[in-house]
Write a protein that binds this ligand. Sequence first.
Ligand code: UTP
Length: 299
Amino acid sequence: MSTSSRGSYTAVLPVAGLGTRFLPATKATPKEMLPVVDKPAIQYVVEEAVASGIDDVLFVTGRSKNALENHFDYAPALEGVLAARGDTRSLDELAKIVDMAHIHYVRQGQPLGLGHAVSVASKHVGRKPFVVMLGDDLIDASTPILQTMIATHEKLGGSVLCLMEVDPTEIHLYGCAQIESTDTDGIVRVTGVVEKPTAEEAPSNYAIIGRYLLQPEIFDVLATQEPGRSGEIQLTDAIETLINSNAGGGVHAVIFTGKRYDTGDKMSYLQSVISIALEREDLGPALRTWITKKLANDI
Ligand code: UTP
């Protein structure tokens, strides 16, 4: 059983991918910095970590990391102008971003795959269970799935994945899990994982989404992990090895049934912006009116 206590986890946020599905916007800007209404996507993810009691965040960055680093740092010139204007609301909002968590950076060097990105976090994390959160996976804040994952780890030990049921025609876009039920509703045992299988190969229609609670044994596996699908060092392949060797105490998963967006995908990104804006008190009513008129060809 884990000896971790809440708040002692590091959240590893890999943001070194090339974001090719969102070119040309992502040529010089990391996709995680694309705004979802008025905050970059990555800020929602850090806020989710903080809401789950995590205050140590490690970004695994690649090229064009400056925008991201600057976002989580002080901006003296801007703050000076806001102070001179007496805009305390904006100042407070900016201060919150900097004070939210202890933020660290490590460079991936080459984008050799998600598994490789996670492996470069090993020195910072040490031999403790840790969380991986994908910066382009935006999870609706009303479903505190990360807290459920942490609670599951603290009860059962081992690693914990997050699964979402998808249409079988979409499973080839995700890692896929083979599962067995447990005594607890919404929590399953994972008996195998496969990266982006065809619908015929897929052992289920449960997709692995971008939240992981991993045992440090994953670093030992990743150290010798060969490139897999697309020539990348895949985290899914390393998890399969963890399952087969039972290293770190097995793998469970929680089933996510809330709202989730892939902000690295153009359509899902647009859906995230519209959904979140519609839910906002300051924007929702006017946007709803505008969309209704737009769809009626009135404007
Ligand atoms: P994706 O496969 O969604 O990211 O990786 P990508 O490669 O940037 O996307 P496309 O397909 O080219 O549009 C999932 C997450 O893993 C990170 C990405 O930044 C993303 O958050 N990642 C991926 C790395 O940090 N390093 C890598 O080598 C690969």
